[in-house]
Design a protein around this ligand. Sequence first.
Ligand SMILES: Nc1ncnc2c1ncn2[C@@H]1O[C@H](COP(=O)(O)OP(=O)(O)OP(=O)(O)O)[C@@H](O)[C@H]1O
Ligand SMILES: [Mg+2]
Length: 452
Amino acid sequence: MARIVEAPKRGFERIGAHSHIKGLGLRDGKALRIADGLVGQVEAREAAGIVVSMVREGKMAGRGILLVGPPGTGKTAIAIAIAKELGKDTPFVALSGSEVYSAEMKKSEVLMQAMRKAIGVRIREYRKVYEGMVVDLDVQMTRHPYNPYQQVPKSAKITLKTRNEQKTLRTDETVAIELINKGVGIGDVIWIDAETGRVAKLGRCIEAPREEVYDIEAEEKVPLPQGPILKDKEFVHTVTLHDLDVMQARSSGGLFSLLFGGGETREISNEVRQRVDGLVREWVDEGRAEIIPGVLFIDDVHMLDIEAFSFLSRAMESELAPIIILATNRGLTRIRGTDIESPHGIPLDLLDRLLIIRTRPYTEDEIKEIIKIRAREEKVALSDEALEYLTKLGAMHSLRYAVQLLTPAFEVARKEGRDRVMVTDVERVKGLFVDVTQSVRYLKEYEEQFLK
Ligand SMILES: Nc1ncnc2c1ncn2[C@@H]1O[C@H](COP(=O)(O)OP(=O)(O)OP(=O)(O)O)[C@@H](O)[C@H]1O
Ligand SMILES: [Mg+2]
């Protein structure tokens, strides 16, 4: 049986901005105005709901989705919601079109790895885990080793409780990062793999302390676990085809890879992948494993070039393909690597295979609701006036700008000895941080001065 190894964690910032999204918020195929962390964007959510049904019925094979809409209108949010809707261990891999241009890897290799990260393999096995409801959690942050302006988790102290026992555990950085990635908080029932530090959130405990219960919550309710905290548990685990590729490449790499480890960024040979595919098929036949196609989300897809597009078209046809969701905020533009103009910079033969979903700009009311949800998620208390003001900023500049001001405004409020953000705090950070249009305008002004 495979040993479960955590894939290296990258891009946890990017997912962080969408941590409030739990699903598409549909009932009988109709979008509720506010549900599962999503607000408005009714047509796009209902279209996405149909996609989810098609995936479940196996009718998406050979096709993909394209999300089209202006910046900040929830394209990434909806892609994540689709993955959540498909089930909680559905892999979700986000890639920006520009990320395929890497110095270490061929474009096709970057895309291939992303595809294989987006295909889950659910394996049944016995593991030693710490399981219980979180009654206390303290994550220590430290400076990023290479980036002094970024805080990264260093360690964590967590207290877990079952019906029979309570235990405080000290954990290393791997677990601390996992806890943050999974959005673990007090009142959640989780388990931590004793060997690998992998964390899973089972849901919110029915017996969670009262103040930790929200008015709107989409998470599953689970009972307080029984028995000891550390236990042998038979359960189902999900790894990705890429995890298995890396393990296989290591174990077949001989002394060199044992001594030098690594292999994360190294290209994986076709031979290794075929061996993994064979192994997985064997497990599936024996009833020990199951394949779960996840979501591969490629943002700014107009950044891909003609070669990358043809790789994608081919990949969509293959037997082991994830659900491919593309997004762009560009209209008619040149396909990279050619002189041809095409809608969204995507070749026509690929466009033919895509179902296109449109996202539209938000009303002020919707912006306000989204800011409220994000404020709750980031644990920022807002006065009514501050909320109104942020809403105005969101409508005037961009939703993302308004959302980004939440945490800095809270910092300012705290320095002033308050635990609630007032209009003055927002005004202050608005003067300190500019939005993209302002920053571009600012540099333009300077450019003109220099050019004179
Ligand atoms: N309908 C919505 N309900 C709740 N939150 C939303 C909604 N739409 C967007 N958001 C949140 O607003 C922020 C910006 O949205 P998002 O990043 O999804 O936009 P985008 O269309 O992908 O933008 P870009 O074109 O710049 O990539 C995110 O934090 C996202 O989670
Ligand atoms: Mg986006």
